[in-house]
Design a protein around this ligand. Structure first.
Ligand code: TTP
Ligand code: MG
Length: 211
């Protein structure tokens, strides 16, 4: 838990006129990171003061960069918990950006909401669903709190239609429903799929039969 001096937060509120939450979401291979980087670049041209964060869990490419599949990148601060964000921003910060936000802790929606109330523009990108096709952690809450939501789709590797889900493949087979939610990876373990082509081994069926 981090305690911030009340005076400094009050000053922040006084100095900021606006704040809101933007969420970029969708399955893997949809270009979420690319879209986040595009928005960051535009704001850099406008000389905005931006701090970019990334959960420490994702070390696929580099330790202190957010990197897209196209190898675009920007410097980022690695954090273990959402409250660490407060240690890296001040009243001069205009924009807080977070990639792979779904990996942060459950306090994240509250922290982000607080930042927006203080006048920060908060732009986050993250998976809306896990490999089972179920909501990823606190993402539903964040999506409902956001002023702006951009839901991107990928392309289904099986049938070529828009892909809204992420297929996890283990040893050439669909992963099991009870496998751990977190498994860092890219195309060696994941594919983009549409609803029809998405498979989860032993996923419980709530309703059986046809209408
Ligand atoms: P993403 O950034 O969502 O994947 P991406 O870079 O392919 O997508 P985009 O181009 O849209 O930015 O990273 C997802 C990470 O989450 C990746 O390391 C795999 C991991 N992951 C899990 O741990 N559990 C899951 O259930 C799923 C679907 C992904
Ligand atoms: Mg990404």
């Amino acid at each position: 838990m981090y305690y911030i001096q009340k005076e400094s937060w009050d000053n922040m509120v006084l100095n900021q006129k606006e704040g809101w939450i933007e969420v970029i979401t969708g399955p893997m291979f949809a270009g979420k990171t690319e879209e986040l980087l595009r928005r960051i670049k535009r704001l850099e041209y406008a000389k905005k003061n931006i701090v970019v964060f990334k959960p420490l869990i994702d070390n696929r490419y580099a330790d202190s960069d957010v990197v897209s599949h196209n190898n675009n990148k920007t410097k980022s601060v690695n954090i273990n918990t959402s409250e660490e964000i407060f240690l890296h921003i001040d009243k001069e910060t205009d924009v807080v950006a977070i990639d792979e936000v779904q990996f942060l802790d459950n306090k994240t929606p509250k922290v982000i909401d607080h930042l927006a109330s203080l006048g920060k523009r908060v732009i986050v990108s993250g998976l809306d669903m896990d490999f089972r096709g179920e909501p990823f952690s606190f993402m539903p809450m964040l999506l409902s709190m956001a002023e702006y939501v951009t839901k991107l789709s990928a392309v289904c590797v099986e049938c070529g239609t828009p892909a809204t889900r992420t297929q996890r493949i283990i040893n050439g087979r669909p992963a099991r429903y009870l496998d751990p939610i977190v498994l860092i990876g890219a195309s060696e373990s994941y594919e983009a799929r549409c609803r029809k082509c998405h498979r989860v081994h032993r996923k419980p069926k709530l309703y059986k039969g046809k209408i």
